[in-house]
Write a protein that binds this ligand. Structure first.
Ligand code: SAH
Length: 392
């Protein structure tokens, strides 16, 4: 049992699922890593049932706010089934991939499960998720049409929980090629060596947006990874697409993905293996201009502690992008940093526009979507914040 300090039950009362170490007055009993603990407030009133994580600053993550909840296989199975059922409408003949489990936002803290065709890639990123791995795998493997569950629990955040990285098959056998369709476009996903689970499913609606905006536009896709926005822009009739990434492997798969879609004009695509910051400067020095720029960088600020350095990186890259934009051009700019909130991100981009000498309008703010819901009481986490900017 965890007893909270006086007044520290407030965020739990608002259904925020984390208990930080500083909020804990004392631990009664001797719970181990991942064990289920009751959380009570300073008056002894029961607050939640949570997973204990002694190594982490996030000392406990709530499984349930319901009085008397029991955490067992059936509980995990119920939560996975509910999450998977909510995403079922996202899957059809044109879309064979979707995130099934969104961690805290699906009441499964630290659990991410991405479905790619008949394969599910699982990330157990917290002590509680680690503890219930077998139940998670059983529940995911039982979802209709799933043949394989593969683990990619090798994200850095595992270290904060005192957990070693773990990868490999958990149920069934990984097919030799994991192929998906998104919006009718074919991609190969690499769950073994790709980033995170292999594909950035949280960008699905934004790839659709790029497809809708791209017609006739000279497009620049910075941090292109395996070509998601590039192929979307080409499908939308972009005049040409230049794509930059520093990873040769990502670019090789991006080219392969383009080749998998013979209806798309491969000749309109240029691929650049380079550091984005240096290459944007090169393009600027060459006087290049674009009508549509997509900026989807890696997480510069995993936590608030990295916010200042990350803010400079976001500002730099947005400044360079805005300089490359022709008047009337559009910038889709994203941050997936947990340490940079939506308001701060907007201020950083506004500062970049000012320094670029550009007048700019926000046409849309991008955030939680049906593909990537965020619990109302849980604004933290690596959810995507985005802006569509028009250079005046
Ligand atoms: N937009 C992509 C996801 C981007 S992930 C999509 O929709 O699929 C971030 C990418 O940035 C990775 O592919 C990584 O290789 C690349 N990257 C990281 N640092 C970089 C740098 N300094 N310059 C160029 N690319 C970089």
């Amino acid at each position: 049992m965890l007893v909270l300090r006086p007044g520290r039950e407030r965020s739990l009362a608002l259904r925020h699922p984390w208990v930080f170490s500083g909020a804990v007055d004392r631990v009664i009993g001797d719970p181990g890593t991942g064990d289920t603990v009751a959380i009570v407030d300073a008056d002894g009133a029961w607050r939640a049932t949570a997973a204990y994580s002694p190594a982490s600053q996030i000392r406990a993550r709530v499984w349930s706010f319901a009085a008397g909840a029991t955490i067992d296989e059936a509980f995990i199975r119920g939560a996975v089934d509910r999450a998977a059922a909510a995403r079922a409408p996202l899957l059809d003949a044109r879309h064979t991939a979707a995130r099934l489990v969104h961690g805290e936002s699906d009441a499964l803290p630290g659990v991410i499960a991405d479905r790619y065709g008949d394969t599910v890639v699982l990330q157990c990123l917290s002590a509680g998720a680690e503890r219930w791995r077998a139940a998670l795998v059983a529940a995911l493997a039982a979802a209709p049409g799933v043949r394989c569950v593969y683990e990619r629990s090798d994200a850095d955040v595992r270290a904060l929980e005192g957990l070693p990285p773990r990868t490999g098959p958990l149920a069934g056998e990984l097919p030799p090629e994991v192929l998906i369709a998104e919006d009718g476009i074919a991609y190969r996903v690499d769950p073994v060596a790709g980033q995170k689970t292999g594909f950035f499913l949280d960008q699905r609606e934004n790839r659709r947006l790029v497809r809708d905006l791209a017609r006739g536009r000279r497009t620049l896709n910075v941090f292109c990874y395996t070509g998601g926005f590039t192929l979307a822009a080409l499908a939308g009739g972009a005049a040409a697409v230049t794509s930059i990434d520093s990873s040769a492997d990502a670019l090789a798969l991006a080219r392969e993905n383009l080749a998998r879609n013979p209806a798309l004009p491969a000749a309109a695509a240029a691929w650049v293996e380079a550091d984005a910051f240096a290459d944007l400067r090169r393009l600027r020095n060459e006087g290049a201009t674009f009508d549509l720029v997509v900026l989807d960088p890696p997480k510069f600020a995993p936590t608030a502690a990295h916010a200042a350095r990350a803010a400079r990186a976001y500002k730099d890259v947005n400044l360079l992008a805005l300089k490359l934009l022709a008047p009337g051009g559009l910038l889709l700019t994203f941050s997936c940093s947990g340490g940079i909130g939506a308001d701060l991100f907007r201020r950083i981009v506004a500062g970049a526009a000012l320094d670029a000498g550009a007048d700019a309008q926000v046409l849309r703010t991008l955030g939680a979507t049906a593909d990537h819901p965020v619990a109302l009481a849980f604004p933290e986490g690596e959810y995507l914040k985005g802006l569509v900017i028009r250079k005046v």
